[in-house]
Design a protein around this ligand. Structure first.
Ligand code: NAG
Length: 375
């Protein structure tokens, strides 16, 4: 009997969660809606966009002349996009590295096997080692003559849709089961973009530049130590030791909302600037909302909607807020770092708080202007 009630309550909670995810309510943005700019390619496209996790320009936005030329060639490349979900525990992060298993690496491997050539992908967000994703997004290019189907096809779908369906199935069959792709589809067509200097260029749909916002979720437990984290959740939820009042934590998290200079909350900025020979890096980012959600039984999740994050920014935000909530770091100092003026130059070194561990973090979804129910 008690079990039955327990399950009913559980499933009600589940339904509530599912529905809050499927309708990422815009009410979250009320009050901060002015930060939210709709993508309008012909009006003002931010072509120098740097509002991603990617500091080092790994995925420099290669447009333009090449794309335009290639579209005149016989064997045009068509851009496709897909979602990826992965359990970050077995990966050294998203981005390809010299050594170790990475999400980008695995996906490029199976695509390259499938097409019998080197295929590169571009991801919307670079997640760190142990960080999970449910709604990561990436794009890649396929030559026209590679868009072929074989065997049983669904007559109600177009040739390209059948191709996507078969491609998705074949790639997933080659991947280990801690990573899956879904919603493989052709990207929206290229658009003409008027740049600030007045020139008009053709831009292909781009997973970084066309993304509008991201939802990151950090899962924590504030239970007493003896029952800290359910062992079944140990790779996705982190126990935060110490006496933390959830209401106080929520109040502290609110400090992040709005547009701030997150220089003191992002790793390796100085090192990367040096490496790239860059004098100045824009570290101003916008956080639309930062909420603490009670999941019951001492479990909470921190939901962060933002435009784009700097390297390790989300983990540093969580780590710092937790330390302030514990009384281990001065709240005034946190506010000074968030509201610093350019000349103050407070950097990561000035923030003594450790980043929260990677396993608690999930990139839940990358949002695009046209995703709707399709992507
Ligand atoms: C794959 O490409 C290589 C050349 O790069 C070629 O020799 C080989 O026949 C191709 N394999 C298939 C199955 O098409």
């Amino acid at each position: 009997m008690y079990m039955a009630i327990f399950f009913i309550v559980q499933s009600l909670i589940l339904v509530k969660h599912v529905s809050s995810f499927s309708t990422p309510s815009l009410s979250n943005f009320q009050g901060t809606i002015n930060y939210y700019r709709r993508f309008s390619p012909s009006a003002h496209y931010v072509s120098d966009g740097d509002d991603t996790e990617i500091d080092t320009n790994d995925y420099s936005y290669e447009i333009n002349d090449e794309d335009i030329e290639s579209s005149m060639e016989q064997n045009e490349k068509i851009r496709f996009r897909a979602r990826a979900a992965y359990d970050g525990s077995g990966f050294r992060g998203w981005q390809v590295q010299a050594k170790g298993r990475t999400c980008q690496g695995e996906l490029e491997n199976v695509l390259s096997t499938r097409f019998n050539r080197t295929v590169k992908i571009v991801g919307a967000g670079r997640t760190d080692a142990s960080v999970h994703a449910r709604g990561q997004a990436f794009h890649f290019d396929v030559y026209c003559n590679e868009i072929v189907t074989k065997g049983n096809i669904d007559e109600s779908l177009s040739n390209t849709q059948n191709f996507c369906k078969q491609l998705q199935k074949s790639l997933n069959s080659m991947l280990k089961d801690d990573i899956r792709i879904y919603n493989v589809m052709e990207c929206p067509p290229p658009v003409e973009v008027t740049h600030q200097d007045g020139s008009v260029r053709t831009h292909k749909w781009h997973v970084i530049y066309n993304s509008e916002k991201k939802l990151y979720v950090y899962r924590i437990s504030l239970r007493p130590k003896a029952v800290a984290v359910d062992p079944l959740e140990r790779y996705r939820r982190v126990h935060m030791d110490g006496d933390i009042d959830p209401h106080n934590l929520q109040r502290i998290l609110r400090h992040y909302e709005g547009t701030h200079d997150f220089r003191a909350f992002s790793g390796a900025i100085e090192a990367n600037m040096k490496k790239d020979g860059v004098e100045h890096k824009d570290t101003v980012r916008t956080v639309y909302s930062c909420d603490l959600i009670d999941e019951g039984e001492g479990n909470y999740r921190i939901e962060i909607y933002l435009k784009g994050a700097l390297y390790k920014m989300v983990r540093n935000m969580v780590g710092t807020a937790i330390d302030v909530a514990k009384g281990r770091f001065d709240e005034e100092k946190m506010l000074v770092m968030l509201h610093q003026k350019k000349e103050e130059q407070l950097v990561r070194k000035d923030n003594k708080c450790k980043p929260a561990p990677g396993e608690g973090l999930t990139l839940e979804k990358v949002y695009f202007e046209d995703d709707g129910f399709l992507f």
